[in-house]
Design a protein around this ligand. Sequence first.
Ligand SMILES: Nc1ncnc2c1ncn2[C@@H]1O[C@H](COP(=O)(O)OP(=O)(O)OP(=O)(O)O)[C@@H](O)[C@H]1O
Ligand SMILES: [Mg+2]
Length: 340
Amino acid sequence: MIEFQDVKKVYETKKQAFEALKGINLTVEKGDIFGVVGYSGAGKSTLIRLVNLLEQPSEGTVLVGGKDLTSLKPKELRAEKKKIGMIFQHFNLLNSKTVFDNVAMPLVLSGTPSNEIKQRVEELLEFVGLSNKAKNYPDQLSGGQKQRIGIARALATNPSILLCDEATSALDPQTTNAVLQLLKKINKEYNITILLITHEMSVIKEICNKVAVMEAGKVVEQGSVLDVFSKPQTDTAKNFVRTVIHDEVPESFLKNNEKDAPVIWKINFVGSTSGKPLLSTIAKKYEVHLNVLSANISEIQETPFGNLIIEVTGDKREIDETFQYIKDQGILVQEVVIND
Ligand SMILES: Nc1ncnc2c1ncn2[C@@H]1O[C@H](COP(=O)(O)OP(=O)(O)OP(=O)(O)O)[C@@H](O)[C@H]1O
Ligand SMILES: [Mg+2]
């Protein structure tokens, strides 16, 4: 659906050239909610703006629906651009126009007859739950309502792709959640592919099925959200995952620990393995003592995802066998080394 092939982007300023994207390869499949996460300046906005040609690539190709938009004639390009909607962090609504007129804007620009515009705008306002605000002005709306209007406007031309640049970063957590649920509904009900960028891993966790982690103009890690959350490889990905999955050894344990080298394991459960009564089986099978230091379970992609931090005491051989047993169950278990 969207394909980045060896894409580079260099910004030329008067003084110097700056390489904002250093060879990006990324594929967004139809139906994905694909999230790109990265710190400020990583190149996320640059990346997303290449999709609808708000920026041009310096090298490489971006294919949208199999087409390189830079090679199209103006008329074809207009038609293709209608298939790509976009929403922004600061909504980008026109304050001098009513909500109705803001949503109608893309339809007016594409020469849609006015009776059709009226019907479509009413339908969209109903979909985003703001039919009663048609005659209001953006200034009279809350942030969450403004973003809903932004979404209605982005959907006006029946796009097949929705681009979201930090669409919830200006909103409080509750409003963020409502907007994310709306995006999910758009993806499911309208079958719209969503490419979103964010610096918040919680956004990725809530709605995405795929994720790419960006750092200094490069994609350093990508995959299914479940894979990246359960097995992050790079330090950057690990840091992002840590912001939403709390699986650190508790401070209180570290403070009170008197052993030289306690054996501590971090166990990740994904999917059905989380239901297995692992600990009680171990207690029956092996001569080890288990002390649960922290445990939590949540859902990613409607799949149970849990982690457990346990301290294990007992005979070394029994401990080793237990470790192997857990591994054999297909459960991700890692030793945690404590540094003082
Ligand atoms: N028009 C421009 N001219 C020159 N440099 C630019 C331009 N736009 C962006 N950059 C630079 O490119 C780099 C990437 O910018 P970009 O806006 O893509 O990052 P980002 O990941 O979206 O960051 P943020 O999270 O702060 O929005 C930054 O170092 C930025 O200063
Ligand atoms: Mg940005």
